[in-house]
Design a protein around this ligand. Structure first.
Ligand code: PHE
Ligand code: ZN
Length: 875
């Protein structure tokens, strides 16, 4: 048996023994193989401990080494050692030139790391450790080098040859051509990129704030050229925003984005040459929903923002991943909030955090924002590092205020430009500008788990004093470390009996209480009557809040809270409480009955024409099954599904005339645009239709079908499609699915939506339908987008079927993971997520899920990715 993969620890970090001053690469792309020649100008690191150390280069097992030479002298096989992913040379001069030639096989690379083929084009993915699949190198982010890259390929089939930086030379000979690119900014190997293909592009000139001219180019396959304008608009907006809000300008003459079909993640910020999953860059009204338009905007901005938060200042080691990801997610969230609706964006982000990140933080893969160890770093591109990491940066922003935060960010970029640094360096910059001691705040980076805030209050009419008592509870996590109290900003407001904000400190209506102890009390003086507290406004910290609101108080907050986020959240809490009661009734076999309070509250919101329709849609959206699951001690998928469907249908019955009225009134009056108002209107209109369809009435089916047939955009069509497809009208469901496929057969991304709609159909028999779809021409196990659309959607969004008591869903997933483990370890490992949550289910399901985890564990040679998640889950 192969050796068990070993963990790597943050505490073992050592500075690199050598540095790479310059990297020259030559790629010769051919059908059966690619030859990579590298020339590295290297020297001993003056900051390393003085005794000369062996030179250690990383190289994946799949690398074929053709030649290795130092200062022109070929090394013999006995001059170096290859063991696992390391190649070591015992003795090297203080400074030297290392030459290396490797042979690689992009055409059989299904892992999609390193150099691979996507459709007919070559592309690379080097973060985190993909460069070692290209050549032997010091593949660690604290080794930064300038790169000069020559790409040579067949001219007819690969007319476009790209790499980082600027093109400086080119030529051709006998049907082949080559281009040399030079990137003047030193960068770690994970930011290297190369693309070769038959691509076309759109171009737009951009002038930076200081007057530099930049050419913006977005490349895609010719058939997708008409779907690039939205990404280009988003890029220009992001560049302007980063100049205005952070004072950051772009630094090269060209900024390129390339769209590829086969990609493990959303997109990658390679210096000057971003590579994007087509799903995060292509957009057109006929093929793309509003939600996808917004995702494109957000991801384009995210990758652009990385040019400073990630590239100019990068990570010292992969434990610091949140240094770039948490900060950049915070930046892109603020960008989207400024461009669209701030409150809606916040609601969406908090929904993701509370549903998926909280679940991760409560499971066997829980880890701090700055992990202390890992087996496979690819497993740590997580909601915790990204989303919770962004919340940690947001808390700094809240504690310092916008001006000091901006000064801190300026200082951070100024101090560390061109360096590879740590999350602590970021906090130090914030400390330096604010004069605050953030020692305790740093625990957010090192402690895993979601804190709970238990809040109680009292009011004394005689002294007009209102007090809040807050206790922080820190959960046990797999690392078994002792938890110390966190420094938590708790934003609060107090509503008087009319619902108006009370003036607190110096006239402010929201104050930030700073919790630093396990138990703390805060007094408010001069409060004329017992207020209703609005706690954790804007979700000021990533915590679970407990306060015993009455249903009346929640309705009151829904109506009056000046904080839009909390108005929405009060409605969610009310709905959760009601559904939890109904779940208990369902389990006891009692008749279900809906509390009129929810009907009245929803009716009031639905009738309020002064509210932003996007907010109305958010407030009237019931908490998802996934969120109800996360809140459950022991998840009862059937009770959740039954209770939620019951509430939906009851609301629809009670509110039918009002829903219909708003549905009709929101009928589109002009051509599609992804503008904020139109997006808002469509979201509410589709929500109204979804309630109406819950009534399973033929008249509403006709309405949905009319929307499907009559609309001019994918947002309306896809909403109607999924409502009809999931309805009990089976003949109509089959017909609309067939029609949709016929229309969009040639649009891969739309076909993926078609797969996803079927994958989350809650009707019985889903597994058989999924298995049939796996045989369909539209499916391809090698394409991660298709795996996500069909398999991940089924497992994550179709709980009643996936968790079928027979265990067939679990066995199906385990089979897919065993297959994917060989093809694409990163995707295989992500597919494991639902099985890692086995402790949250009843005993019978726990046993079935564990059995499948064990079956995977014993299925043969596991990738590090799958090994780590399976073994931690069974621990
Ligand atoms: N660094 C990318 C981002 O967040 C994500 C990514 C990680 C892409 C690893 C590919 C591989 O923007
Ligand atoms: Zn990122």
């Amino acid at each position: 048996m192969a050796e068990q993969p070993q963990a790597i620890y943050l505490k073992d970090y050592q500075v690199p023994a050598y540095l790479v001053d310059a990297t020259t690469l030559r790629f010769e792309l051919a059908d059966d193989q690619t030859r990579v020649r590298s020339t590295l100008t290297m020297r001993r690191n003056p900051d390393a401990p003085s005794a000369p150390a062996p030179l250690e280069l990383h190289g994946h097992e799949s690398l074929e080494l053709c030649r290795l030479a130092i200062d022109g002298q070929d090394l013999a096989a006995t001059d170096y050692q290859r063991e696992g992913e390391l190649l070591s040379i015992a003795e090297v001069p203080a400074s030297f030139v290392l030459e290396c030639t490797t042979r690689i096989h992009p055409q059989t690379n299904t892992a999609l790391e390193g150099l691979y083929l996507s459709g007919g084009m070559y592309c690379t993915q080097c973060e985190a450790e993909g460069f070692r699949r290209i050549t032997f190198y010091m593949d660690r982010p604290d080794v930064m080098s300038v790169f000069t890259t020559t790409v040579e390929a067949d001219k007819a089939r690969f007319p476009v040859l790209l790499s980082n930086g600027n093109p400086v030379d080119s030529g051709e000979q006998g049907g082949r051509h080559w281009v040399t690119w030079e990137d003047p900014f030193p960068k770690p190997a994970y930011l290297f990129a190369l693309v070769a293909g038959d691509l076309q592009h759109i171009e737009r000139p951009y002038k930076t704030a200081s007057g530099r001219e930049v050419a913006l180019r977005i490349f895609a396959e010719p058939k997708d050229l008409d779907k690039l304008d939205h990404a280009m608009d988003s890029l220009v907006n992001a560049m302007r925003w980063d100049e205005d809000v952070y004072g950051r300008e772009y630094d090269l003459d060209i900024y390129m984005i390339v769209a590829v079909d086969f990609f493990n993640m959303g997109a990658m910020e390679n210096k000057g040459l971003n590579i994007f999953n087509t799903s995060c860059v292509l957009a057109s009204p006929q093929t793309t929903t509003d939600a996808a338009y917004q995702r494109v905007e957000g991801v384009v901005a995210h990758e652009y923002f990385h040019n400073w938060s990630g590239n100019r200042v990068t990570c010292r080691d992969w434990f610091q991943l949140s240094l770039k990801e948490g900060f950049t997610v915070f930046r892109d969230a603020e960008f989207s909030a400024d461009i669209n609706s701030r409150t809606v964006k916040r609601i969406e982000d908090v929904t993701l955090l509370r549903t998926a990140q909280f679940a991760e933080d409560a499971g066997p893969m829980a880890h701090p924002v700055r992990p202390a160890s890992y087996i496979e770093i690819s497993n740590f591109y997580t909601l915790t590092v990204y989303e919770k990491g962004a919340e940690v940066v947001r808390m700094l922003h809240t504690l310092l205020g916008p001006e000091l935060f901006r000064q801190g960010s300026d200082l951070y970029f100024e101090r560390h430009d061109g360096q590879a640094v740590t999350t602590d360096d970021f906090v130090c910059a914030m400390e330096a500008v604010s004069g605050r001691d953030l020692t305790q705040f740093r625990r957010w980076y090192s402690q895993a788990g979601t804190p709970t805030l238990r809040v109680t209050d009292d009011y004394d009419a005689a002294t007009q004093r209102y007090r809040l008592h807050v206790e922080q509870l820190l959960p046990q996590t797999p690392d078994k470390l002792e938890k110390l109290p966190l420094h938590i900003p708790l934003s609060v407001g107090l509503l008087d009996e009319r619902g108006a904000d009370t003036e607190l400190d110096g006239g402010a209506t929201t104050v930030v209480l700073e919790l630093t102890e396990q138990r703390q009390s805060f007094a408010f003086e001069g409060i004329k009557a017992r207020p209703v507290p609005s706690l954790l406004r804007g979700f000021s910290a990533p915590v679970r809040l407990q306060y015993a609101y009455s249903r009346d108080a929640l309705v009151f907050l829904m109506r009056h809270d000046s904080d839009g986020f909390n108005r929405w959240d009060a409605g969610q809490q009310l709905a959760v409480e009601i559904m939890q009661g109904l779940m208990a009734d369902y389990r006891q076999g009692r008749a279900l009955q809906l509390d009129q309070a929810l009907v009245d509250a929803y009716a009031a919101v639905l009738d309020d024409e002064t509210l932003d329709p996007a907010m109305v849609a958010k407030v009237l959206s019931l908490p998802s099954e996934a969120y109800l699951s996360e809140l459950s001690e022991c998840i009862d998928v059937d009770a959740i599904h039954a209770a939620r469907n019951f509430v939906r249908a009851e609301l629809a019955r009670a509110l039918e005339p009002a829903l219909l009225r708003r549905y009709e009134a929101l009928a589109p009056r002009c051509d599609y645009a992804p503008s904020a108002d139109q997006v808002a209107q469509r979201s509410l209109r589709n929500l109204c239709l979804s309630y109406l369809m819950a009534l399973e009435a033929p008249a509403h089916l006709v309405r949905a079908r009319a929307q499907y047939d009559g609309c001019d955009n994918m947002t309306e069509r896809q909403a109607a499609l999924s409502l009809i497809a999931h309805s009990g009208f089976e003949v109509d469901a089959a017909a609309v699915l067939e029609d949709f496929y016929q229309r969009y057969e040639n649009e891969t991304l739309v076909v993926n939506q078609w797969l996803a709609v079927q994958a989350c159909d809650p009707k019985p028999g889903a597994l058989a339908r999924i298995q049939a779809l796996m045989e369909h021409a539209a499916f391809d196990l090698r394409n991660p987008n298709k795996v996500r659309s069909l398999i991940s959607t089924f497992c994550a969004m179709n709980a009643v079927n996936f968790h079928d008591a027979s265990g067939a869903g679990y066995a199906f997933l385990a089979d897919r993971i065993i297959e994917m483990n060989r093809l694409n370890p990163q995707v295989a490992s992500r597919l494991l997520t639902p099985l890692t949550r086995w402790r949250k289910y009843d005993e019978a399901r726990q046993a079935l899920m564990q059995a499948q985890l064990r079956r995977i564990q014993g299925s043969g040679e596991l990738s590090r990715d799958v090994y780590e998640v399976v073994s931690k889950s069974l621990n």
